[in-house]
Design a binder for this molecule. Structure first.
Ligand SMILES: *[C@@H]1O[C@H](CO)[C@@H](O)[C@H](O)[C@H]1NC(C)=O
Length: 617
């Protein structure tokens, strides 16, 4: 628990660091930085101590080309629970396009979409997009750095290896270089990054003993409170077309939040108040949606890719009766799946085309090397726990022996905390704290090392844990939050929504929201095989309330003359009136992994454009 003194320290540290940032920014502004053109808006930015403007970023040469504001919205005064955000404004089109820059620009502007007809050039209609990273417990800053943020980040040393820049000396090995990202989603929308729930990323609570026990419902409620606070602070966000997007476990958050906003807007309308936001639609990427079909999809993906011995696959299908996700420990189905999962041990499940770096997992790398790969014999407890891949491990309460190991360690710690809470329960209620917060399973512990297996997150871990970066982003200083992690292990999380299909059907159908479901088709964690299974199965299935038939066969969509993926749309029986694509659209992205904008940034931006403006792909 943090006291007043800690608050004061944090405030002082922030103030001091902001002053430094101001000086640095001013120096660049009036310096001799060659070739950097300033937009009028940048000159007018308020970089004084108490401003929320992000005026500089350590590693960036010059002031940011995108206006950014960052800070905290308190979602509970009682427990000092606060969510960190960064609002990156839509980029202003450059006054005079620079020839050398134009080459790297993706085709997102005028004329590239035919039917677009300049819709996106209408300033008044410039959309706002709220981004949520999954987990639970993973930080949106991970997406800001690695996916669709306004900047591309790299270590200087990586650039040397790529032969792009001359070596500049040993002490520069870990220098972070920041450049504009030509595929930033800020080309199309003002993007809000928020770390949610409290305990993830830069967001935190003054009462972790209470607030870090959470679930989907508490998370969504906090996000609604967050949006109330944010739109009070920036009223322009409430009047723009509003979209929500996210990937992975945000496949749960995004439709639930959309649903909550529809309800909130309806209540406000009844009370004669303007809507909280002008919700138009949402997008989910490789979304956790249906435990059964997503879970089964992992194995059907592996088989379709040719990653499973055909006779073993035939035996598995028979033993499991095609129901792979919930095999009973000790059954033939379970054992056969274990064999397959051992075989797939060294594969990067998040992007099967990408390398598995092992950088956060040296023990596993050593094991793999010494034992000669997946066939090297039984693994230790941590390895076994990891074998059943996220997200389905944590969801299945104590299923098999692997989960048993994971679960026992989690539950022990969780129960100790719960015990303390029970003792304090009366006190919690009296103090106005949410006594209902308890239980949940601890995630991203030592087994997962706070990082999705195989992914390299060294740059984010390095950069975001620097004092000057925290200050620049108006995030808590290291004294308050010593350890930013891509995925936080402080949360005890109960995943209490196992099925989002009915929510999608209702929102895309009766509620008339524009919905995009996209899948990197080389992700094995929440693979397209599972997503298409629920789309073409339960979501389409006849009868009232369902989306009905798609508008045509699954067909290729192209980017710059190349097949970029496959798409189909479900206009829905009661889709909204108006021009453009409506209802629910599915689009796969060829060659992309779990984080589509990371592996296929240009195609991801093209998809977003089609979604935001209701264009054909
Ligand atoms: C697994 O899930 C399916 C679908 O929900 C269900 O019909 C089946 O009974 C479950 N099997 C086990 C072993 O729990």
């Amino acid at each position: 628990m943090r006291g007043r003194a800690a608050d004061l320290r944090a405030l002082l540290a922030l103030a001091a660091a902001c002053a430094l940032a101001l000086c640095a920014g001013a120096a660049r502004l009036y310096g001799t930085e060659a070739g950097h053109k300033l937009l009028p808006a940048q000159k007018a930015r308020d970089c004084t101590d108490n401003s929320d403007e992000v005026c500089s970023l350590p590693g960036l040469n010059g002031p940011p080309h995108v206006r950014m504001r960052a800070g905290y919205i308190t979602v509970s005064e009682v427990s000092d629970r606060r969510l960190w955000y960064l609002v990156a404004d839509r980029e202003q089109p450059a006054p005079e396009p620079e020839p050398e820059a134009a080459q790297a620009e993706p085709v997102v502007g005028k004329g590239s979409g035919g039917a677009a007809g300049g819709v996106e050039d209408d300033e008044a209609a410039s959309p706002v997009l709220l981004w949520l990273t999954g987990g639970p417990g993973c930080s949106s800053l991970d997406a800001f750095i690695y996916e669709h943020g306004p900047f591309k980040f790299s270590f200087a040393s990586e650039r040397w290896q790529q032969g792009q820049e001359q070596a500049r000396g040993g002490d520069k090995q870990r220098e972070v270089v920041i450049e504009p990202n030509p595929f930033s989603w800020t080309k199309l929308a003002t993007v809000i990054y928020v770390d949610s729930p409290a305990g993830a990323g830069m967001s935190y609570s003054g009462r972790p003993d209470v607030d870090y026990h959470t679930n989907d419902q508490y998370t969504i409620a906090d996000l609604v409170t967050f949006l109330q606070g944010l739109t009070e602070r920036y009223p322009e966000l409430a009047t723009a077309p509003f979209h929500i997007a996210g990937e992975s476990y945000a496949g749960v958050y995004v439709p639930l939040l959309a649903d909550a906003l529809v309800t909130a807007n309806r209540q406000r309308e009844a009370a004669g108040r303007p809507p909280l936001v002008q919700l138009q639609g949402y997008a989910v990427g490789n979304p956790v949606t249906d435990d059964v079909l997503d879970g089964n999809g992992q194995m059907t993906f592996a088989a379709a890719m040719g990653y499973v011995d055909p006779p073993t696959w035939a035996a598995m299908r028979e033993a499991c009766d095609d129901m792979f996700w919930n095999a009973t420990q000790g059954s033939e189905c379970y054992e056969l799946q274990g064999v397959v999962k051992d075989e797939l041990w060294d594969l990067n499940w998040y992007d099967v085309l990408d390398t598995c770096t092992h950088v956060h997992d040296p023990a596993s790398a050593a094991t793999a090397g010494a034992a000669g790969g997946a066939r090297g014999g039984r693994r230790n407890a941590a390895d076994l726990a990891r074998r059943f891949h996220w997200p389905f491990t944590a969801r299945l309460g104590g299923g098999g022996p692997d989960l048993g190991l994971l679960g026992a360690m989690d539950q022990q710690a969780g129960e100790q905390q719960q015990q303390q809470q029970r003792q304090q329960a009366g006190g919690l209620e009296a103090a106005g704290l949410e006594a209902g917060r308890h239980g949940g399973r601890r995630l991203w512990g030592p087994w997962l090392r706070h990082v999705a297996p195989c992914m390299d997150r060294r740059l984010a871990l390095d950069w975001l844990n620097r004092a000057e970066v925290r200050a620049a982003l108006h995030a808590a200083p290291l004294s308050v939050l010593p350890d930013w992690q891509p995925c936080s292990d402080v949360l005890y999380y109960a995943m209490d929504t196992a099925d989002l299909v009915p929510t999608h059907v209702r929102l895309a159908g009766r509620e008339g929201l524009r919905v995009l479901v996209y899948s990197g088709d080389h992700d094995m964690v929440v693979p397209h095989t599972g997503t298409t299974a629920w789309l073409y199965g339960r979501a389409s299935g006849g009868g009232g309330g369902r989306l009905g038939r798609p508008d045509g066969p699954l067909r290729p969509w192209t980017y710059k003359g190349q097949v970029a993926g496959w798409t189909a749309s479900w206009p829905g029986p009661e889709g909204p009136a108006g021009a453009g694509v409506r209802g629910l659209r599915y689009a796969s992205v060829k060659g992309a992994g779990h984080m589509v904008p990371q592996s296929r940034p240009a195609e991801a931006l093209a998809l977003l454009r089609a979604h935001l403006y209701g264009l054909e792909l």
